[in-house]
Design a protein around this ligand. Structure first.
Ligand SMILES: Nc1ncnc2c1ncn2[C@@H]1O[C@H](COP(=O)(O)OP(=O)(O)O)[C@@H](O)[C@H]1O
Ligand SMILES: [Mg+2]
Length: 257
């Protein structure tokens, strides 16, 4: 069996905001061919976990360790969690895709010809080249998602972090999107937060259940009983061929949904 290199390690992380702990004693390793689904109830700390990996949030305790030969904070691609309100500002598709390079160059850096060529390649690969001069507010949910994915991919990341990408997608688009991620996973590790355990279990290789603590599950298949054992109040329900998930009320903790 092929050996896989580790990219990033979280060791005994506790993190939160204003002194309040959201994640406690979280340890996790990301390897270079991982495709990990991150699941858990609302407010459980999934987005917080990604922010710790990105260095956007400094943990109270513990360490974030990069395998610097393979990964630096600059070659992580990040698709943030979006909501309807985020799409109204008057910037073009091309600007948003190019902004993915500013993280490593600094906002004032002049974009070089090679950068413009790279952005053209990314937009063509994602099928959004014809939209390049459009404003974000003129796009459909699926198109918008591709634009943000373009921004996450333009720096050729080794690790791609996706925070609830399914929220924005019309269902006709969904399968193509996950197939595209599967293709990208040949070149980079993918960590994807999702509510839809049923759908993503067809794609992911492992799960991390996050509900204050993190439970790692080294398989793309997960059962209701395992979710219960992990303290993840999510239930898998199968309706014919289409699996659905619902969130249950969290009983024994301090999170109510
Ligand atoms: N910037 C912030 N300041 C204070 N509290 C926050 C902030 N961001 C998130 N939280 C709180 O941290 C907890 C975990 O949030 P989050 O990581 O966004 O959960 P999830 O992504 O699993 O829904 C929630 O209780 C949330 O209200
Ligand atoms: Mg979140």
């Amino acid at each position: 069996m092929q050996e896989h290199n580790w990219l990033l390690r979280l060791e005994n992380i506790s993190a939160g905001y204003n002194g309040d702990t959201v994640l406690s004693d979280v340890s996790l390793q990301i390897s270079d061919n991982d495709f990990m689904g991150v699941i858990g109830p609302n407010g459980g700390g999934k987005t917080t976990l990604l922010k710790v990996m990105l260095g956007l949030l400094t943990p109270f305790y513990g360490e974030v360790i990069f395998n610097r030969e393979l990964l630096t904070p600059y070659n992580i691609g990040y698709l943030p969690q979006m909501s309807e309100g985020d799409i109204s500002f008057p910037v073009s598709v091309r600007d948003i895709v190019m902004s993915g390079l500013m993280q490593s160059r600094g906002a004032m850096a002049r974009m070089k010809r090679a950068d413009r060529e790279r952005s053209a390649t990314v937009m063509k690969d994602l099928g959004i080249w014809h939209l390049r001069n459009r404003c974000l507010s003129e796009l459909s949910g699926g198109e918008l998602q591709r634009v943000y994915l373009g921004r996450a991919l333009i720096g050729s990341p080794r690790l791609l972090l996706l925070d609830e990408p399914g929220n924005f997608v019309d269902s006709s688009f969904e399968q193509g999107f996950y197939d595209m991620l599967k293709e990208l996973n040949k070149k980079m590790a993918v960590v994807m937060v999702s509510h839809d355990v049923g759908t993503i279990s067809a794609y992911v290789k492992s799960f991390a259940c996050v509900n204050g603590k993190l439970h790692y599950h080294d398989s793309g298949r997960i059962t209701n009983d395992q979710l219960k054992d992990y303290g993840c109040p999510i239930q898998l329900i199968a309706h014919g061929d289409i699996p659905h998930t619902v969130l249950q009320k969290h009983i024994d903790g301090d999170i109510n949904i």
